[in-house]
Ligand binder design. Sequence first.
Ligand code: ZN
Length: 134
Amino acid sequence: MDVARKSQDDAEWRERLTPEQYTVLRQEGTERPFSSPLNDEKRTGTYVCAACGQKLFTSDMKFDSGTGWPSFHSALDNALETKRDFKLVLPRTEYHCANCGGHHGHVFDDGPQPTGLRYCNNGVALRFVPDDEG
Ligand SMILES: [Zn+2]
């Protein structure tokens, strides 16, 4: 991707997202723990990418991790892509929306069954769509 195209994309992102969403989705920022109302979201529905609307998780993949971020043990097929992140001493696995490339969080291997995975997601990067609104 050339530089002109990239900065054009960047301008579009800034327009479309709130400053908090931009920091997380485009700069791999992390929201404050316990700041997202989605931590306590218990209704049945689907979690979609706040930037592009791609479906990422369903409510039955969510669990209460106690970390202060919305957490999921699974993700929908082909919804996410991962890369290794060496920002901390211990490498983490970063994941982002497979459709728009927006950063969502990190996946750890200390989650519950059936997968043993924990997708630790920034709530600001998600939008919840309750089933009864679908
Ligand atoms: Zn997306």
